[in-house]
Design a protein around this ligand. Sequence first.
Ligand SMILES: [Mg+2]
Length: 268
Amino acid sequence: MSDYFQAVILDWAGTTVDYGCLAPAQVFIAGFAAHGVRITMDEARAPMGRYKRDHIAAILAQPAVAQRWQAAHGRPPADSDVAALFADFVPRQMASLAQHSDLIPGVVETVAALRAAGYKIGSCTGYTRAMMEIILPLARAAGYAPDALVCPDEVPAGRPAPWMCFQNAMQLNVYPMSALVKIGDTPADMAEGRNAGMWTIGLAKTGNELGLSLAEVTVLPRATLTARLAAARARLLAAGAHEVVDGLADIMPALERLHDRHAAGEKP
Ligand SMILES: [Mg+2]
């Protein structure tokens, strides 16, 4: 099956750990509240997947948030506010990461299937290296250890820039980029993969776009779940996803479809 494809590059929160991508969303809301500004869950989640410092700047750039900042502080938000919010965010996020590092169901089995099919396993994230030093050993102990990990503070820029994917390709020693598949749960992941010249698969159910824990998903009315999954799928496709599935556990058939598209002459 992977006679052309050589590697996948997996996102972390919402893709392999932290079902629903809950950890950062809650911390952004608390961090802004500490600076006197209320933000909604949707506002907190919209830029998800980006380097956390860029994510804070993107939240502040939303007109409704900027207006509330102006009302609370008597002036528009400035770069120094992004720096202050990020400095405050880092320890808050570090403190809550360990509680949100459980592997998403099916990850261990799916990664084993990917390896059996000949794929190398790269990874990248919006978390800093210091944050990943908390998550990585916990994931490893639970049975998931990728061959490579690149963080946004180790490259010139995080998503949607392609640098973390290029660095993964170098560490894995695989090329061309069209032989690698980017898999993640946010529009920023899809943009990153497309900017890197990669095939790209979005995950609609286990990550930020649905934004619910497994327990919450389980009790959601069927019609509500169907409608919200369709909206999540549409956002990921609009951001450049070649395929969208519910979660990493559903990835093998999607990879087979990409392989067919590649065999038919399509390029990412
Ligand atoms: Mg993610």
